[in-house]
Design a protein around this ligand. Structure first.
Ligand code: NAD
Ligand code: GLY
Length: 385
């Protein structure tokens, strides 16, 4: 990972309140370079309310903020106020909360409201919320009038470090997670670190799963750093949080720049997700949080890496310990190996019904492998409740 060696120090976001001007020196910008689909990821305290955060976006008369009932209560009026300096009309679509609503019905609700309000093809959509809102708003933006610009305003840790960056947009189908979607890049990502203060502990831990993921797949030094700073991360110390978000976004940007449409390398970002998606779908969406399923899925994928002879047993214990310290479950629900295998065969990485797992080949390096069903069964038996 020397190509994108870490900027070591954490920035100073300490003590900032919602509303701190974006001109603050602690605001950092990472550019994701995708040719004519390039965009900045702006990270810092108070950026949501800063008028300058919203300048220089595609010119339009109408902005539409898509959010959910929970986030609307917390941040919708602040965002609408900031946007009203740049747009004649600032409309809102407020959806119900939860993974169970990341579906075709919600996307249709967005389309209905855009059409009822006569929104034209220059309308800019703003996804204010976690990964559910970000994924479904991005998908709606990709489809509405064959594509309108959209901005990601991620308000969960998970969305700031992962889902808002890289242009994967989707909704769930009853037969599989994220099965209906499109690659469609936002024109900007705005990560306001202050909004993470209101995130419930369980959701915060779920976000840490995706932060931890970047260590084993891409950056061994970052894994060491996360281990060392886990107490400060759990305490949401602003400087430490700022570094975790920035480093995660740097790694994600580095991967997406090389493989925007997941022809190969990008699949490493799905470490833990093959098992994780099976847990989410098998239990019913919303029972386990996505990050919880990914955290537990990483324990299973680490053990599979070990049983395939790639990593020592000590790596499994190390990762399991870290995931536990992040407040995440490390034992998988006992759905039965056959049901796991059934769900995993509809994973998007599967080819011809053959499951391809993201495994760790060395600390900081991941790859894709197939594995005999019996070996996967052994992994599940070793880590199920
Ligand atoms: P989420 O969007 O459901 O948000 C979690 C909960 O936190 C919700 O109840 C939400 O209302 C609430 N919330 C959001 N911001 C808050 C805040 N600041 N304060 C208080 N409450 C707040 O879940 P998530 O974990 O953000 O995202 C999970 C989704 O992301 C899954 O659907 C997953 O498939 C998707 N995902 C997508 C990608 C991608 O590359 N597109 C990557 C990872 C995950
Ligand atoms: N979260 C997986 C990806 O963006 O590819």
């Amino acid at each position: 990972m020397s190509a994108f060696a870490a900027a070591a120090g954490a920035d100073d976001g300490a003590g900032a309140q919602l509303g701190t001007p974006a001109a603050s020196p602690s605001v950092q910008t990472i550019q994701i370079d995708l040719g004519d689909r390039s965009y900045p990821i702006v990270i810092g305290p108070g950026v949501l309310q800063s008028a300058s955060s919203w300048a220089d976006l595609p010119r339009a008369a109408t902005a539409v903020v898509v959010t959910n009932v929970t986030v609307a209560h917390l941040y919708l009026s602040a965002l609408k106020q900031a946007l009203s300096l740049h747009y004649t009309r600032v409309l809102e679509v407020v959806l119900p909360d939860g993974e169970a609503h990341k579906d075709w019905g919600s996307v249709n609700t967005v389309f209905d409201q855009l059409l009822h309000q006569a929104c034209d093809r220059r309308t800019v959509l703003f996804a204010l919320g976690g990964g559910v809102i970000g994924d479904l708003t991005g998908f709606a933006a990709a489809c509405y009038m064959r594509g309108v610009p959209f901005v990601q305003v991620p308000t969960t840790l998970l969305a700031q470090v992962d889902s808002s960056v890289g242009g994967k947009t989707a909704v769930n189908h009853p037969l599989g997670k994220n099965m209906i979607g499109a690659f469609y890049q936002p024109v900007r990502v705005l990560c306001d670190l202050d909004v993470l203060r209101t995130l419930p502990d369980r959701e915060f831990s779920a976000g840490l799963a995706e932060v931890i993921k970047y260590g084993p797949i891409a950056d061994a030094a970052f894994l060491d750093w996360i281990e060392e700073h886990m107490p400060a991360l759990m305490a949401r110390e602003p400087k430490v949080l700022a570094h975790a978000v920035r480093r995660s976004c740097e790694i994600k940007a580095w991967v997406v720049e090389q493989d925007e449409r997941e022809a190969g390398l990008r699949a490493i970002l799905n470490f833990g997700h093959t098992f994780g998606h099976a847990i989410e779908a098998g239990l019913g969406y919303g029972q386990w949080l996505h990050g919880e399923a990914v955290g537990c899925g990483m324990v299973l994928a680490a053990d599979l890496s070990h049983r395939l002879g790639l990593m020592p047993a000590s790596f499994v214990a190390r990762l399991r310990g870290l995931i536990e310290r992040a407040g995440l479950p490390v034992r998988a629900p006992d759905l039965g190996a056959q049901r796991y295998l059934q769900w995993m065969r509809v994973d998007k990485k599967a080819e011809g019904g053959e499951i391809r797992f993201v495994v760790i080949e060395a600390l900081g390096r991941a790859g894709l492998r197939t594995a005999p069903d019996a070996l996967v069964g052994e992994v599940l038996a070793a880590h199920s409740v």
